[in-house]
Design a protein around this ligand. Structure first.
Ligand SMILES: Nc1ncnc2c1ncn2[C@@H]1O[C@H](COP(=O)(O)OP(=O)(O)OP(=O)(O)O)[C@@H](O)[C@H]1O
Ligand SMILES: [Mg+2]
Length: 624
């Protein structure tokens, strides 16, 4: 037993250093706290100067409201804040800060200089500390309205922490990611970064849709902007805006996922699960969706005080948020299907000159609607899902299908003349979005002509999507219709697969399969889904069981059923090299126009692309 040590209050500086352990992990955390303070102070320009990855110097200057002389010492004291004053205010807090901990924590582990000027004053005031307990009296200084915080030699007095700092490049990388997040959260603020006296990220404030997308492209790359849909919905007291990438822009990691809740970039498992589920039908299992989403929730419904670095929040009604995200994002993704010629780019389409005047994101966006109001916070993203759906309503009338079939018949009557591609006239006004089939190329693609130019369709991918969506609909409307086989087919499978068929007998029969185990390694197929009746039943079942073997356990039933459907659609789809008649090709085009999600196949590959006349002209240098 060691000798008894009396209990003593800790010195103030040590208290702050302990708090710094949670608040200040590395230079990027300092940048986060200081920039958040600038945002809370109403700044619309923030300059970030760094040296050696932020280890030697972090200097943040803003043009916010400033701190008056007599409050400078308080700003550096623990548990002192201007942002809340009561529990009630904490529970509805709208600012990023609220603990009154950041500045004293940072000051306790660095050499800090705080210079600030409020509008009413003639000059600025400055305090400097070296991790001391009591900051000295403010001295006069020169500085425009706003605040500069300079943090030098981070962890100079806590060698244990300093040891854990990484190479400059690594620390700088963390800072850049951090600034990217803040820049995404607040489009109304311009941010200018310098590192070792060289300019780094520079983003101007974005006050309209075009500027917002320019900024987005700068922060996340043009590919994301070009291949994403804009979302803009309000319901149940919640608002959701932003961009979700088309499944064709999926990622191998979850690195491009930003969720901003009430102006705060957060990680939330529940929300990311809801978003992932919205993509479930259109994304291959190891791929991750990319998105930048802004959610506005009544501040009283979000608890921001649940994580030491405020990286997480807790929703009081999580179910509501989950359903809201899932439902609206799935709707947005389902709306991706071919639309009228002259609309925005098809997924995977090269940018055409006609498209250049259109918003770059949004596979179905009408001409841009300049948002006149300046964009405070994340407002002003304009056009949204509702409008997109209105647009589809206008083009995707139920009659399209029959009209398409009728003319498909007409086309096939003159099939001989069609083969050279000259005889097909796109009738009347615009014609259907995907036009009419001209030919089949190498048994893999359909070449069609629409009012705008030519369309190429990946037959297999398109058909797979259509079968899948149809099966889902059938399933929802009470079971898949099944087709009994005249003679049951016996399939040799692995014992585990035979067991799977046995165990999930009911689930399979709900999907139209009648599978009976006929031995340790044999399954008898008595019935298959009517939609897949042309497939080789034995091969189909063998494939499905093999596919299901590893996604069997954890996934929930619904997810599993969907997966089975997707798998079956894959296996039953038109195989490459199958010769389709003109009528079949046209029917496929019409089906695509009427099928949700038909812009991409079940694995997120694009199903079709388009070359407008202007693109063709450009290819051949016509009119130049
Ligand atoms: N850049 C700034 N401009 C104007 N006032 C500032 C600035 N930075 C800090 N302050 C003032 O100093 C106070 C203390 O800042 P500090 O970051 O320590 O705490 P906080 O922001 O209130 O809470 P948190 O610890 O959650 O960040 C703030 O409440 C604010 O009034
Ligand atoms: Mg703060």
């Amino acid at each position: 037993m060691s000798a008894y040590r009396p209990i003593r209050p800790l010195p103030e500086q040590l208290i702050n250093q302990i708090a710094a352990g949670e608040v200040v992990e590395r230079p990027a955390s300092v940048v986060k706290e200081l920039v958040e303070n600038s945002l809370d102070a109403g700044a619309d320009r923030i300059d970030v100067d760094l040296e050696t990855g932020g280890k030697r110097l972090i200097r943040i200057r803003d043009n916010g409201q400033g701190i008056p002389r007599e409050q400078l010492a308080l700003a550096l004291s623990r548990h002192a804040t201007s942002k809340i004053g009561s529990l009630d205010e904490l529970e509805r807090v709208g600012s990023l800060g609220f603990r009154g901990e950041a500045l004293p924590s940072i000051a306790s582990v660095s050499r800090l200089r705080l210079t600030s000027r409020v509008r009413a004053d003639e000059h600025a005031w400055q305090v400097e500390t070296d991790g001391d307990e009591v900051p000295p009296e403010p001295a006069p200084a020169a500085h425009p309205e706003g605040t500069t915080v300079e943090v030098r030699d981070l962890f100079f007095n806590t060698p244990g922490r300093r040891k854990f700092l990484k190479a400059d490049r690594t620390e700088l990388g963390h800072i850049q990611e951090l600034i990217r997040r803040l820049a995404l959260a607040r489009f109304d603020v311009s941010i200018h970064v310098r590192h070792n006296d060289k300019p780094g990220l520079q983003v101007a404030a974005a006050r309209d849709q075009d500027a917002a997308e320019e900024r987005l492209a700068r922060l996340l790359g043009r590919g994301f902007v070009e291949q994403s849909l804009r979302v803009d919905v309000e319901a149940a007291g919640l608002a959701l805006r932003g961009w979700v990438a088309l499944p064709t822009f999926s990622r191998t990691t979850a690195d491009l996922q930003y969720l901003v809740v009430n102006g705060r970039v957060v990680r939330d498992r529940m929300a990311s699960h809801a978003i992932r589920r919205a993509y479930q039908d259109v994304l291959y299992k190891d791929r991750y969706p990319a998105y930048v989403l802004y959610m506005d929730v009544d501040p009283g419904q979000v608890d921001v005080n649940v994580h030491p670095a405020k990286h997480e929040v807790r929703f009081r009604d999580g179910r509501l948020i989950y359903d809201f995200l899932f439902r609206h994002l799935r709707q947005a993704l389902e709306s991706v299907r071919p639309e009228a010629p002259g609309g925005a780019a098809a997924p995977g389409a090269p940018p055409s000159s006609a498209d250049r005047e259109l918003p770059r994101s949004g596979a179905a966006a009408p001409p841009p609607r300049a948002s006149s109001a300046p964009a405070p916070r994340q407002d002003g993203f304009g056009f949204g899902v509702r409008e997109a759906q209105a647009l589809y309503g206008a083009t995707g009338t139920p009659d399209v299908r029959e009209a398409g079939m009728a003319s498909a018949g007409a086309a096939s009557n003159e099939a001989e003349g069609v083969d050279d591609g000259a005889a097909v006239e796109v009738p009347g006004d615009q014609g259907p979005p995907l036009g009419y089939a001209l030919a089949q190329i190498h048994g893999v693609f359909i070449l069609a002509q629409n009012a705008d130019g030519v369309v190429l369709v990946d037959m297999h991918a398109a058909h797979e999507r259509i079968v899948y969506e149809r099966m889902k609909q059938q399933l929802a409307a009470q079971g898949v219709s099944a087709q009994p086989l005249l003679v049951p087919v016996s399939v040799a499978v692995a014992p585990a697969e035979a067991e799977l068929a046995e165990r999930h007998h009911d689930a399979f029969s709900r999907l139209g399969f009648e599978l009976d185990r006929a031995g340790p390694e044999t399954v008898l197929v008595r019935q298959v889904p009517a939609l897949l009746r042309n497939a080789d039943a034995g091969a189909l079942v063998a494939d499905v069981l093999a596919d299901l073997r590893d996604c069997d356990d954890a996934s929930r039933l619904e997810a599993r059923l969907n997966h089975v459907l997707g798998t079956m659609a894959c296996h039953g789809s038109v195989r490459a090299n199958r010769q389709l008649t003109q009528a079949e090709m046209n029917a496929l085009l019409r089906d695509m126009e009427n099928t949700p999600n038909s812009g991409q196949c079940n694995h997120g590959r694009p199903t079709w692309t388009r070359l407008a006349m202007a693109d063709l002209d450009r290819l051949f240098l016509r009119g130049q």
